[in-house]
Ligand binder design. Sequence first.
Ligand code: ATP
Ligand code: MG
Length: 413
Amino acid sequence: MQAPRGTFDVLPEDAERRQVVEGHVRRILGAAGYRRIETPTFEATELFSRGVGEATDIVRKEMYTFDDGGGRSVTLRPEGTAPVCRAYIEHGMHKLPQPVKLWYLGSFYRREAPQRGRYRQFWQVGAEVIGSAEAATDAELILLLAELLEALGVRETRLRLSSLGTPETRAEYREELKQYLRAHEGRLSGEVRERIDINPMRAFDSGDPGTREVMAGAPTLLARLSGEDAEHFAQVRAMLDDADLRYELDPTLVRGLDYYTRTVFEFTSDALGAQSGVGGGGRYDRLMEQLEGPPTPASGWAAGIERMLLATGELPTAPDLVDLYVAIADQSAARRAFELARDARRAGLGAQLELAGRSLKGQLKQAGRLRSRYVAIIGAESEISLKDMESGDQRKLHPAAVIPTILRGSRLS
Ligand code: ATP
Ligand code: MG
């Protein structure tokens, strides 16, 4: 049997690399005051249809939706922002000192055509700052993601940046864009033409040559921002400039989610193929109201763990340390060996016991493979031989002296 299409197993070596990623996430976001939150893997379907938007690809065709057995429709979470906002509202977090800074790391589910870097179950790390409209919040979030990508050695990254203004400016602009698209309908791809009314902004994302030509002359939202929105965006840019973070202004940047306002951004990696998006996000000042919470400005991002790992070079992983390998030289010693391994672990040492019935030579080889610091060889007699694998020295010890000797870390010469 095989894992379902678009899913994969995280084998121990992969799990170790992921743990390194998580370590950097904890360090970088923790230092900036973000705290971890985890939400359920499934939610009421309505949360996503409202919180992500009916017109988005995610809601239109990518969700795993099913009946919970009691007549209620639930959906495997396709993204993390709407659930985090739901939790913020449900737990009255608006009563906490604002803003509330959160991060999450978990698996998400989208019915997509599986390919390299695109799966049906994938992992995202995300950060959200809820309760601040400041430009500094957006700049901080962007810089933290940049720092994470750098710490992980994600290669050839590029940052695209834009602003979508407020929903009102956007609505006006959408009308202008629709008119423009209708005026050039004949040169647009069928898919774009069909969606002029539902989601005209997506036309900027099209790979169709005719559509791309039309879009090159299209009016941009960035040129239509109101005074306050333009000022907010100028502040974000100034802070990124001060931090020497390079970005490309991209007025065609359209994020897949409907709820964004003002700042939007995306990091891509040229080291990836077609699936070049590593992580992105933006400000979503109106989402909380859409979910019937108190009006609360917010901003955040999500980054794909698999994409980051694909785009990084060698990620040094540290295998768990083995301080002691307990070798069995005579079957009569099996219980004493078991006990020594147990005592060593209780004393805080990394200890492994021979479990495969190898010859003594085979056991020493196995200890070497595990890069164990010491090997205790237990035979029929009561004394135990302790071998220092670094110096090669070996010494006979009273059983009670083995663990203290290792803890002292003294050489056995
Ligand atoms: P794409 O344009 O590649 O479909 P997206 O805009 O749908 O990405 P987001 O919703 O912004 O992606 O999710 C944030 C990040 O999650 C992406 O940048 C990517 O790294 C990762 N991601 C999204 N969908 C998948 C998937 N199906 N498999 C693996 N990673 C994914
Ligand atoms: Mg997508």
